[in-house]
Each structure stands twice: as C-alpha cells, then as structure tokens.
Design a protein around this ligand. Structure first.
Ligand code: EPU
Length: 422
C-alpha cells in the first residue's frame, strides 16, 4: 500500500484542472446498462472506483472500451449476467447502482448487500422499498438482494422517507423503462442526480424535475445511443480550494462549475478568502492571511456537503478562533479527528458536533487514512503543517482523487508517493 509524504508549510500557488465527478461518473456508467445501443461517456475521472464499476459491467457481459483520454464506450447489448458479487460490492458500495438498471431492463438482479462502512451503517432500505412499490419481488438471502419482476416495472408515486442520493438514482434508473409514470417525491437534489437524468434523457429517457425534490419519469420502451460529458467534480474542486486556503496561498481552479458550489464558496468567504468566479473557473486568494474559523452543518444539497466536512475541519484546525462543525448526514464521519489531533489539532467531540479551536501551526506526524474524504483532510493538514507528514493507506484517496500528488505538486506542494508495505 502506497503512502504519501508531505513537507508542509508552503503557500500553494498556481492553477489546477478539475476532473469529471466520481459521483456522477459511477451512476452514469451503471445507467449505460439500460441501453442495448452503444453509449459514449466523456470526462470520466481516472479513479479506482471507476475501474471497479468498469470491471463489474464487464463481468456482466458488457463490452467497455477506453481511449487514451479515458473516454469510455459501453456496449451493453450482450449483457447476460445480472450478478454483482460480494467481492466487488464490498470494495465499493456504489456497486448498488446496478440494481435499478438491471431490474429495469432485464427484470432480474442479484446484487450483494453492501455492509456498513467507515462513515456509518448506510442501509439501502429506501432503494428496496421503492422498487417493491414499483412491483419488484425482492428477497434478501445469504447477503444478496435477489430482485425479480414479471414484465416491466410499474410507474407509481414514491415518497422517499429520507433524502438519499444513490437511492434517488437507483429509482430513477429503474423507472426509465417502466410502464407509465413514476414520481419521486423528496428526491435528492444533488447536481450528480441531475447529471444522471441529463445523460438518460440524451439516450431517449423522459425525465423532468431532476435537480428539484420532485422528479417525474415517463417510462419509454427502449433507450438508444448517445454521447455524454460528465460534469466536473465539485468535491475535488472544494478540496483544492481548501489546499490554497489552509496554506494561505492562491489558486485558480479550471474546468469546474462554480454554480454548484454556492454553499462551499460562501464558507470560504466567511473564512476570509477572496473568491472570484467565471463560467468554468474559480480563484481563491488568502492574500497571505490566516483563515478565520467557520461554523458548518452538513445536509443534502444545496446545503453544505458532507463530502467537504473533513476538509473544512482541517481548515479550522489552523484558523483564528473556534469553529463548530455538525455532521447530520452520516453518524460516524469524524474518523479524521483523532488523526488531526495527532498533529496537534485542538478538537473536542460532542455527539455529532466537533468544536475546533485553531492553533498557529500543526506539526507533521505519521497518520492513517480511514476513508476517502478523511484522507483528503489529512493531506490538507500535512500541507499546512511544519515538518513531515506521512499519510498511510492512501488507497482510500485513489478511489476519489485523480493524480492528487501531481496536481498538488503543480501548485508548489512538496508531496511524494512512496510504495509502502504497511
Ligand atoms: N440512508 C438510509 N437508507 C437508505 C439510503 C440512505 O438510511 O436506503 C441514509 C444513509 O445511511 C445516510 C443518509 O441516508 O445516513 C444519506 O445517504 P445517501 O444514500 O444520500 O448516500 P449515498 O447515496 O450512499 C452518496 C455519495 C457519497 C455522499 C452521499 C451524501 C455516491 C456514489 N456516493 O452516497 O459520497 O457522501 O451521497 O451526499 O454518490 C464520497 O464521495 O466520499 C461519498 C461518500
């Protein structure tokens, strides 16, 4: 397992290009199972999770070809296996995203039940309940979700008990080929949900309202072919903005979408950053100043994203004043706190709130990544810290950040990937 070694305390400066969004690319690749015609998907990020979903679709009989720019052509005309094995699902929970498309097009799916994970129990009851309401027969046996339907799924009105991103996506995908109209109320409004709907509409689906809390899908008999460009990653964008803010530097982020980052950009301004934006770029300049502590409460979009919580916690560790961060989406997403404390951070945990009093300088230390965004927060802390920080188990980071050490090096960071046995 590789580790990252960082020599911190250098203000980052320069430009960085943002990759396609992991959390849009994964459902879009899964959704290509819905069409018997070839589909081309561009701006796919080069990430471990993407490789996992590609091999999952390959095992099902789809043919996937990648060009040198990591654009993917998927041909799902010969899919003949509807099985997502435990061995793959346990490495990536997002594999559950094949459930809706398989059931919608083939009337059958056999998908391993994802277990709990480092950030919470993460059940999939909402996915299953909605598919049952559409007429699917679902049994959970031997750790597998065994779903079947006679004929097409039936459109209906579904009220989600809680806002769930992949839950909304699974139902939307299942409804595309269902008979009649499906309405999803209390749907997730995340830009990645809207991107998936735009992709499906490109192939001939009839979806309206994505990006709002009511999504309406009029079932069609078959999808066709099409080419689609995945939207930029807003969490990768926010992470590089934090890298500049935490080191009192300045950065220009290119190939991004400021319009889907309102809640995050407002928090950087509260922290004292000077922000400018254009259609596809953002600049952040700290003018050499120490950030101010900020208060955050995570919640579904358009509120502050849970996927940026750990990075903002790193920022608060070196900020002026005391900031409170409340995590409302996942029950156990504070695993980075103990690691940040090992670098000297002053953080007190009270239930689902972390109260952090900023200190002048963190001190480099060996640290251990526990999940994707927690690892990002440790890299960020290492960039600000005096001395050497090592971040172990960075396979977590490779799941969601494309070439992170190269992109940070371009900004002037001293960061190196070292093969490691532990
Ligand atoms: N939940 C249920 N029942 C369900 C579904 C969800 O109780 O059937 C709960 C979850 O346990 C959680 C909350 O609802 O407490 C929200 O979970 P959600 O279903 O929205 O999360 P997800 O779809 O599993 C996606 C992203 C996550 C991101 C969350 C929240 C993908 C592939 N993953 O997960 O991304 O944190 O939405 O925005 O889109 C990441 O990229 O690091 C990551 C974890």
């Amino acid at each position: 397992m590789d580790k990252l070694i960082i020599h911190g305390n250098i203000p980052l400066q320069g430009e960085v290009r943002i990759s396609g969004a992991k959390n849009a690319a994964l459902p879009i690749i899964a959704a290509s199972l819905l069409s018997p015609a070839p589909v081309r998907i561009c701006n796919i990020p080069h990430l471990h999770d993407v490789t996992t979903i590609i091999s999952l679709l390959g095992q099902m009989g789809a043919s996937l070809t990648l060009d040198e720019r990591f654009n993917i052509e998927v041909n799902a005309s010969n899919v003949n296996c509807f099985h997502a094995p435990y061995e793959l699902v346990r490495t990536m929970r997002a594999s559950i995203l094949v459930l809706g498309p398989l059931l919608g097009r083939f009337g059958e799916a056999d998908v391993s039940l994802p277990g709990g994970c480092a950030i919470g129990t993460r059940p999939v009851d909402q996915h299953l309940k909605a598919l049952q309401a559409m007429g699917a027969d679902i049994q959970v046996e031997n750790g597998y979700i065994k779903a079947k339907t006679k004929g097409r799924l039936q459109g209906t009105t579904i009220v989600m008990d809680i806002v769930t991103v992949t839950g909304t996506e699974n139902i939307m995908m299942a409804a595309v080929l269902a008979e009649g109209q499906t309405a999803i109320l209390n749907a997730a409004r995340e830009p990645e949900v809207e991107d998936l709907a735009n992709f499906l509409n490109t192939l001939g689906a009839k979806i309206t309202g994505a990006g709002t809390s009511t999504i309406v899908i009029d079932g069609v008999k078959e999808l066709g072919s099409g080419t689609y460009h995945v939207l930029p990653d807003r969490i990768e964008t926010g992470t590089y903005l934090t890298a500049a803010a935490i080191t009192r530097g300045r950065v220009k982020i290119k190939d991004t979408r400021p319009d889907i980052l309102d809640s995050v950009l407002l928090k950087f301004e509260e922290a004292g950053a000077h922000i400018s934006t254009g259609t596809d770029w953002i600049t952040l300049d700290m003018k050499g100043n120490r950030p101010r502590a900020i208060n955050i409460s995570t919640a579904p979009y358009p509120a502050f994203p849970t996927d940026m919580q750990a990075q903002m916690m790193a920022l608060n560790t070196v900020a002026e004043g005391t900031g409170m961060i409340t995590e409302t989406v996942f029950e156990n997403r504070f695993m980075h706190v103990q690691e940040l404390q090992r670098m000297g951070a002053q953080i007190l945990l009270k239930g689902n709130t972390a109260i952090c009093t900023g200190i002048d300088k963190l001190l480099g230390a060996p640290t251990m990544a526990t999940d994707l965004r927690a690892s990002a927060s440790l890299v960020l802390a290492g960039l600000a810290a005096e001395g050497e920080t090592s971040v172990h188990r960075i396979y977590h980071i490779d799941r969601g950040y494309e070439r992170i050490e190269e992109k940070l090096s371009q900004l002037g960071a001293r960061i190196q990937r070292i093969p490691s046995k532990d």
